[in-house]
Design a protein. Structure first.
Length: 301
């Protein structure tokens, strides 16, 4: 009886360099959260975040492998190339964050008071968390757009930067809600409006690219994205000036960290984190604007 498996199964999904990277992601991710759940343990918001990262990335990676191996992705109303490129970049950022947070808060040199076995499990989990980040970063490297290549928008430098910009904005929002006292001045509220507006529009751009709906818009998507990026640069420039002035100038705030400020609950610390990542996102938007002049938008890939 003649086999028809070859017509339906895509073996390149697991044998190509990208496929092997995804298999390693699945293996390292499963190993990491299994070690933590079995004996390593986790607690508080930091540990919960790390477990969420590892289980979420594992689930989506398994979904991607299954869809590509069985060609089921062709039945989905998604721009598959944009979706996989966006997820790989997001998973890279999330996994490196978890790979830093978990050992920072849960790994120690000595055995007391958790015991040597628990310590060893946590060290092993930290090692595999680092390998997981390398596996996702490898996929981003392999699938990124090459010079002169027509590819999905999210695989271009500009598309990948959109994911990083949204991720950095989430860090800013986390610091804002951690008693940053942004409501004291109208100027700092303006900065929050800038962060929120740019985050929402960036997410909308990613969403339209991933769903492949850009061709249905009544306005030129690529030109609108470039214009928005230019506007985001101007908005972040204003925030990069206003936020430090109203937080660290002696007239409005404190140029130095107050001595009686509790660690982890100090508004000055949150303000400093916001200031740093405001400049990080400003740089990302400037780079995005520079690269967006040199790419082709393809909505159907």
């Amino acid at each position: 009886m003649e086999s028809t498996g070859g017509a339906y199964l895509n073996t390149a999904a697991v044998t190509s360099p990208v496929g092997i990277a995804r298999l390693l992601q699945m293996t390292f991710g499963c190993t990491t959260f299994s070690l933590v759940a079995h004996q390593g343990g986790f607690s508080a918001a930091y540990g919960t975040f790390c477990m969420f990262v590892w289980t979420f990335c594992f689930a989506i990676t398994v979904f991607i492998i299954a869809c590509e191996f069985t060609h089921l992705h062709s039945c989905l109303s998604l721009s598959w190339g944009n979706f996989t490129a966006a997820f790989a970049m997001l998973a890279t950022l999330m996994s490196i964050t978890a790979a830093v947070i978990y050992p920072l808060y849960f790994v120690q040199v000595g055995c007391y008071p958790i015991g040597c076995e628990v310590r060893d499990f946590r060290i092993a989990a930290s090692v595999f968390a680092g390998l997981l980040f390398v596996a996702y970063a490898t996929e981003v490297f392999l699938t990124r757009a090459k010079p002169g290549q027509v590819t999905s928008y999210m695989a271009t430098i500009s598309g990948l930067l959109k994911i990083v910009q949204a991720f950095v904005a989430c860090i800013i929002f986390g610091a804002l809600v951690n008693d940053s006292q942004y409501g004291k001045y109208v100027a700092t509220q303006w900065c929050v409006a800038v962060y929120s507006f740019c985050f929402v529009v960036t997410v909308v751009v990613v969403a339209f690219s991933v769903t492949g709906k850009t061709a249905l818009l009544w306005f030129p998507f690529e030109r609108s994205v470039v214009i928005y990026t230019f506007g985001a640069v101007l908005l972040y420039m204003s925030a990069a000036v206003i936020w430090p002035v109203f937080c660290f100038d002696s007239k409005y705030g404190s140029p130095r960290r107050p001595g009686l400020c509790a660690k982890g609950k100090c508004p000055w610390d949150s303000q400093l984190v916001i200031a740093i990542f405001t400049y990080v996102n400003l740089l990302l938007y400037v780079l995005d604007l520079a690269y967006s002049q040199r790419i082709r938008f393809v909505s159907h890939l």
